[in-house]
Each structure stands twice: as structure tokens, then as C-alpha cells.
Write a protein that binds this ligand. Sequence first.
Ligand SMILES: [Zn+2]
Length: 297
Amino acid sequence: MKRGLVLGALLALGALAVVKAQPPDPNAPKVVTVDKVKDNLWVLKGGGGNTAVFATANGVVVVDAKNPGWGTPILNKIKELTPKPVTMLINTHTHGDHVSGNVEFPATVDVVVQENTKANMEKMDIFKQNNNRGMAKRTFKDRMTLGKGADQIDLYYFGPGHTNGDAIVVFPALRTAHIGDLFASKGLPLVDGANGGSVLHYPDTLNKVHAGVKNVDTLINGHSDTTTTWADLKEFADFNQDFLTWAEGALKSGKAPEAAAAEWKVPAKYTGYSSQVSTLFGGVAGRLTRLQEEMKK
Ligand SMILES: [Zn+2]
């Protein structure tokens, strides 16, 4: 019980750090920038996680809605791209920098998430404070197909990683997918244990994505500045496997998480990988602590 309280306090600190990293100054201009990925698919950057905008025959599907206050800037930017109405919103996972803007979308918009993500979203204050506006309306467990032909979207869930509800959103006609924070960028991924994330299963989950999803060339990542490739996903899975192998070895040798963490660095073969590790969720030591808990189960 006491341990749970301490963990809760640490997570609260983590949540504060998120806010600190992007101060919610209501007067600061909310600038959304646009990258065109395909003729009817764009990435909207700024204000949290990357947002995908997919124009179908009858409406616009949005993937992820950024930090609090960024829903309206997203909707305004979409009006510059297409006259079609926004009809659907998909969230890749529960984090505040991906779902908070949901509450600013019209109440008629369909909201679709993985079922564990809905349970995680139900714990968030922002939805309670907004009368449940923007809350998930439909869920899937492992797989769901929406629409057909050029408009088809396939949703997949392959197991725990960044959280226990990381959806892969595939646009098959465009050979492109939004992979959210399961592959946020080239660097050590964050693992949110309180929302079911797993250091132990992370590489497996990535390998299942790589083996289980076909005909995708381009990935929209949760936080990277540019898109990545299917080959980058395999490399990222290997990077996470190498991290896990190292971490298991360090813990088995009896090292404490803090001591082991100080020794970790990006293996030289992973060129272009960031050596900056966020302190969210306890940094490298936090990942080792999470792994230690998982290894005891
Ligand atoms: Zn996240």
C-alpha cells in the first residue's frame, strides 16, 4: 500500500513534468504546422503528439488530439486542408498530449480507441471536467477495420509497450500507419507502468507489429519530426531488444537500478538515435525498476 502511494506520488511528479515541459500559457500562440504525407494524409505538428489527418470520401478522420487547448487549433488547421467535416477521432493511447484536445471536438464525432485505453481515459480528470465529451465511444481488442477501399483503416493491438492500449492505425491504401508512442522517435521509449506499459514485453510487441502488419512503408511516429520507414521499425525493435537484454543482465548481476542506469548508453550501431533520455517515468532507472517488478511476476 505504502509503495503504491510512493509510486502514485512519483507518477504525479511525472505528470507535472509533462506540464512543465510545455507550459500551458493560455496566451501563447498555438501554432500547428503541417507536413503532407500523401495527397489525402497530413501530419499536424506542435502542441504534443503528432496528429494525423486522413480525408476520406465522406469525412475526415483524425488520429490524436494533442495537449489541452489544442483541439480547436487542430480543427481550424483542418479547415485549411479540406472542406470535409471531421467525422472520426482515433486515439493511439491514453496520454494527455494525445487525447486532451478530444474535448474540443464536436460531440457528434465518433471516438475509437483500444479497449484498455478507454479504461485508462476514464481515469483522467479532463474528461470528468468536460462531461465526458471526447470520451471513447467505440473500442476494439486486437483488430478492427473501419471503412473500405481507399478509405479503409485497420486498427491493431499487439500487446503492452508504451501503455497497455497502444493502437497501430493503418491506412492500407496509402501504405502508411500512425504508430503513436509505441515508436515515438528514435531513442529509448517511455514506459508508463501505471497505464500497463511493459519494459519486458516491449521488444516482443514491436516484433509482432513488424510481423503482423503487411504492406506499410511509411510510419507517422508519436513525436518525431519526420516520418520513418518499415525498416526503421525493425531497427527500433532490435534497439529495444538490446536494451532489454542489457537491463536483464544488469539486474541479474545484482546491480541496483540507479547504479545500472548510470552505465547505459546508446549502442554505437544505432546511428541517429538520441542519447537524451527523458526523466519522465523515472528515466533509465525507472525502466529498470519497472522491469524488476515485471521479472518478479
Ligand atoms: Zn505517450
